[in-house]
Design a protein around this ligand. Structure first.
Ligand SMILES: [Zn+2]
Length: 247
């Protein structure tokens, strides 16, 4: 069973375009390349240890603020889906899905999943967390996270899992799947400044975590866990005095 996870160059990572075929330093979630050791693997990953605004975090003590509502403009999308060796990732072909936060528009580039969840809400972990990675015109990243609980099955997840290749690193194209069906009804959210949760742990990432959750069936959760082969969640990082805003 192949379990080699390669690092992606900084530029690719910040663009949210993980490329497992690029050469680099191996990192992962098990053995010597475990999250505690990422910063020791190469100087390029030093932020994983040195950073003071790292993700994921446990969301607690959020401050209610007068912030503008989150607008989510998701619809039918086309692209490809791949198990890239550390997650199941969906890459947008012609990015036209976007969110508006604080008047700033961020376009969806890719989304992927972690099991169990990386972030926690008041100490609560969830079976799965979806990360929707967006970028604005200045190249700044915003990750919108959606938590999934066990419950009814999720038709969109079902569709994506059904077309996923059995093999790693084999992208499968898809056409016109409505990803709006991923979204919970309410757009209440927590917001804070954080980082990529994978090497090189680059900071300056805006995190928006939806309060409302979605559901997945037990079968769907198990399918993700089977694909990942092991947990792919980085441990909780200290807040170091960061503020968490909620609407
Ligand atoms: Zn992620």
């Amino acid at each position: 069973m192949k379990k080699i996870i390669k690092a992606m160059p900084l530029l690719m990572a910040t663009m949210g375009l993980a490329s497992p075929v690029m050469a680099g330093v191996h990192w992962g979630y098990e053995g010597e390349a475990t999250p505690e050791n990422w910063a020791k693997l190469t100087p390029e990953y030093q932020m994983c240890d040195l950073g003071r605004n790292q993700s994921p975090v446990n969301i607690s003590g959020a401050i209610k603020a007068q912030v503008t509502d989150l607008e989510i403009h998701y619809g039918e999308t086309s692209g490809n889906i791949v198990n890239n060796g550390h997650t199941i990732q969906i890459n947008e072909k012609n990015p036209n899905d976007y969110v508006v936060v604080n008047g700033e528009k961020y376009t969806l580039v890719q989304f992927h999943f972690h099991a169990p969840s990386e972030n926690e809400i008041n100490g609560e972990s969830f079976p799965l967390e979806g990360h929707f990675v967006h970028k604005n015109d200045k190249g700044e990243l915003l990750v919108m996270a959606i938590m999934f609980e066990e419950g009814d099955k999720n038709p969109v997840v079902e569709k994506f899992l059904s077309i996923l290749s059995e093999e790693e690193e084999v992208p499968v194209d898809f056409d016109k799947i409505n990803i709006a069906a991923f979204l919970p009804k309410s757009t209440g959210y927590y917001r804070f400044s954080g980082s990529l949760t994978t090497p090189p742990c680059t900071e300056g990432v805006t995190w928006v975590i939806l309060k409302d959750t979605m559901t997945l069936s037990k079968d769907e959760i198990e399918k993700f866990e089977h694909e990942f082969k092991h947990h792919n969640n980085r441990p909780i990082q200290p807040l170091h005095g960061r503020l968490i805003i909620s609407n």
